[in-house]
Structure formats: C-alpha cells, structure tokens
Design a protein around this ligand. Structure first.
Ligand SMILES: [Zn+2]
Ligand SMILES: [Zn+2]
Length: 142
C-alpha cells in the first residue's frame, strides 16, 4: 500500500480576495443545501451549499469577522466572513460545535465541482424555480 493511499485526502479553499485560506480533511461529514431566507440573504443567492467537516481537521488562516445571527428556528448561528471582500466562508452553530463540526460555505472550495448534496434544509422557503434532485432528504424547517 502506498503512502498516498493511506494519507487522508485534503481539500483547500478560501475567500474571493484570498485573505482567508483553509485546508480541511475530505470527504466531508455531510454536504447539504440550505434554502433558508437568512442564507439566501447572506449569499445574495437562491441558496447556500454547505459541507460539514470535523473542526479538528480544519486549518484556517486570515482574519474573519463574525456576524451573530439567529436561525429561523431561533438558534444562534455564527456567520464568519472575510472583512475585506465579504465572502461568507464558515458557519458555526452551538449544536454543530458540540459535535466538533463546522460548516464551510462550499462555493469557497478551490475545487467544488464534484459536490453531491444529500440533504436540503428549509425547503419551505426554497425558491420555486430551484429543482431538487430526486433522492435527496428534505427538511422543511431546519
Ligand atoms: Zn476575502
Ligand atoms: Zn440557511
């Protein structure tokens, strides 16, 4: 067995201006899409694609600003973004951190092409034109 086979895969990413960079273990624990209105506003888009990774397996550099948000369910959501270019990069939640897990905004990955979201959150506020692939788990309000 070669060393490349035994070493865990890593993946890198960063914000638009490059001030924030990170490297994480791969594959992620979970890949999901959030259709909540808060993610839509923060992303300026129809949805937010997230990968959950073990916090301990994430190395990050560069300054981040935290916006303390509340989820639509009333739980704390810490949205971390680059103060220079505004890219949303990480999201932390108390529940996630209790499980040692942090969410990466998947659009910031250097190579996001092969993502395969399996869960869709907050489908109650999904934009009508967005078609969810068959087989994905749907959570209306979470
Ligand atoms: Zn930046
Ligand atoms: Zn959301």
């Amino acid at each position: 067995m070669s060393e490349t086979e035994t070493a865990g895969e890593r993946r890198t990413g960063g914000c638009l201006c490059g001030s924030v960079r990170y490297e994480t273990a791969w594959p992620p624990l979970l890949t999901g899409v959030c259709h909540c209105r808060h993610c839509q506003r923060q992303a300026g888009s129809a949805l937010s694609v997230l990968v959950a990774v073990p916090f301990a397996a994430l190395e990050r550099s560069g300054d981040l600003t935290t916006y303390e948000d509340g989820s639509e369910a009333g739980r704390a959501v810490y949205r971390k973004f680059c103060p220079k270019c505004g890219s949303p990069v990480f999201t932390e939640t108390p529940d996630g951190m209790a499980q040692g897990m942090i969410f990466i905004k998947a659009g910031t990955l250097d190579d996001p092409k092969d993502l395969a979201p399996t869960v869709h959150f907050w489908t109650t506020s999904k934009q009508d034109w967005v078609v969810i692939p068959e087989g994905a788990a749907l959570l209306e309000k979470q």
